[in-house]
Design a binder for this molecule. Structure first.
Ligand SMILES: CC(C)(COP(=O)(O)OP(=O)(O)OC[C@H]1O[C@@H](n2cnc3c(N)ncnc32)[C@H](O)[C@@H]1OP(=O)(O)O)[C@@H](O)C(=O)NCCC(=O)NCCS
Length: 148
C-alpha cells in the first residue's frame, strides 16, 4: 500500500481539496474559504497524500488556549484506512504545540463515522446545538477534548 504522508496545505492544493469537499458535504466550503484559512495565522490546514495524490485534509484554529477543529474529510475511495485519524492526530499535536489545552468541534448528529473517529482519539460529547446545520436541518453534537 502507498505510504500516507501529512503536509501543510498550500494554495496549489485548493482545487483537489474543494473536489473532496464537494463530494463530502451538502454545504461545502468554497475555494475562498480554504484560501482564507491557509492565510489565517490562527489556523492550521494540512493535507494527506498517498504518493502524489491528495486524499484528505483537515483545518483547525487555535485562539489563546482553545482549539477548534473546523473541517476534516477524506476522499471517498480512501476512507476507512486510517487517514482521517492520522490527520486528526497530526493537528492535535500541532494545537498542543501552540498551547491549546481544550479542543472543541461540532459534527452532524447523524455523522456516525466522524463521531466514532473523534471518540477513538479521546473526544467526548459535551452537548447538542439544536438546529445548528442546514441542508438538511440537523442538530450538532458538540465534542470536546482536554489535552494534557
Ligand atoms: C469522517 C471521515 C473523515 C473519516 O475518515 P476515515 O479516513 O475514513 O477514518 P479512519 O479510517 O481514520 O477511521 C478511524 C476510526 O473512525 C471510526 N470510523 C471511521 N469511519 C467509520 C464508519 N463509516 N463507521 C463507523 N466508524 C467509523 C472507526 O472507529 C475507525 O477505526 P477502525 O477503522 O479501526 O474501526 C470520513 O468518513 C469523511 O471524510 N466523511 C465525510 C466528511 C465528514 O463527515 N467529515 C467530518 C466532519 S465533522
Amino acid at each position: 500500500m502507498t505510504r500516507i504522508t501529512i503536509s501543510e496545505m498550500t494554495t496549489s492544493d485548493i482545487p483537489e481539496v474543494t473536489a473532496i469537499e464537494n463530494e463530502s458535504f451538502s454545504t461545502p466550503w468554497s475555494a475562498a474559504s480554504f484560501f482564507s484559512e491557509i492565510n489565517n495565522p490562527a489556523s492550521i490546514c494540512r493535507v494527506a497524500l498517498a504518493g502524489d495524490s491528495l486524499i484528505g485534509y483537515i483545518c483547525a484554529s487555535c485562539i489563546l488556549d482553545e482549539g477548534h477543529i473546523l473541517n476534516l474529510a477524506v476522499r471517498t475511495d480512501y476512507r476507512r484506512k486510517g487517514t482521517g485519524k492520522m490527520l486528526a492526530l497530526s493537528i492535535l499535536k500541532e494545537l498542543y504545540a501552540r498551547g491549546c489545552k481544550r479542543i472543541f468541534l461540532e459534527v452532524r448528529a447523524s455523522n456516525t463515522a466522524a463521531i466514532r473517529l473523534y471518540e477513538s482519539i479521546g473526544f467526548r460529547t459535551l452537548g447538542l446545538r439544536r438546529g445548528y446545520y442546514f441542508f438538511p436541518k440537523e442538530d450538532a453534537v458538540v465534542m470536546g477534548l482536554q489535552l494534557n
